[in-house]
Design a protein around this ligand. Structure first.
Ligand code: HEC
Length: 159
């Protein structure tokens, strides 16, 4: 059975070398050039508002569903992630910061306070204001074609 042991050892060695090659920086590095060029490359991968909005659209549906089921802590979690996603997105795209301010500085804190209070009437009012704040920014940023998308999310996830 010596030959079998030898064959198995060679196989193990082969697998080991392959794994080592895969994990060696020369094989896996996808960032190219100087550190400055690498940062520029990473910046492209961070993307702009489009990816943030895909996340925000998803979380908006989850937020509406949660508050409709009176799961206010879950709703606050999604609201906070929406705030964070937009806050970071406008850090990357500062030209859009001004349009985002009413949403970030009024609509989101108001919705958070309402959810914290547990008062259903107050929550309903704050959710309506949040919805309008999404639409106002889309209008201000001349991306009105997404307004029906936001309306659809509310129809599908609201109550
Ligand atoms: C900065 C203001 C701003 C606010 C506030 C805002 N949006 Fe947007 N939204 C945009 C912009 C700009 C785009 C288009 C992105 C692009 O073209 O890069 C967009 C696109 C979208 C899209 C389409 C994403 C895609 O690519 O499929 C959805 C969905 C969306 N927004 C949902 C929402 C919802 C829901 C809210 C509120 C909870 C909201 N947005 C609040 C600016 C905003």
């Amino acid at each position: 059975m010596k030959w079998l042991n030898l064959a198995l050892s060679l196989l193990a060695l082969g697998v080991g070398i392959a794994a080592w090659q895969r994990s060696s920086p020369a094989e896996t590095a996808w960032l190219k050039g100087t550190p400055g060029q690498q940062v520029a490359q990473l910046e492209k991968h961070a993307r702009g508002l489009d990816v943030a909005m895909a996340e925000i659209g998803y979380r908006y549906g989850e937020l509406l569903r949660a508050q409709g089921q009176e799961q206010d802590e879950l709703a606050r979690y999604h609201l906070d992630k929406i705030r964070l996603a937009l806050f970071l997105a406008v850090e990357r795209r500062p030209k859009r910061h001004a349009s985002a301010r009413p949403f970030l500085e009024q609509a989101v804190p108001e919705a958070d306070q309402a959810l914290k209070s547990g008062d259903r009437v107050r929550i309903a009012g704050a959710m309506e204001n949040l919805h309008q704040a999404c639409l106002s920014c889309h209008a201000a940023e001349k991306v009105d074609h997404f307004i029906p998308v936001v309306e659809r999310i509310r129809r599908e996830h609201g109550h």
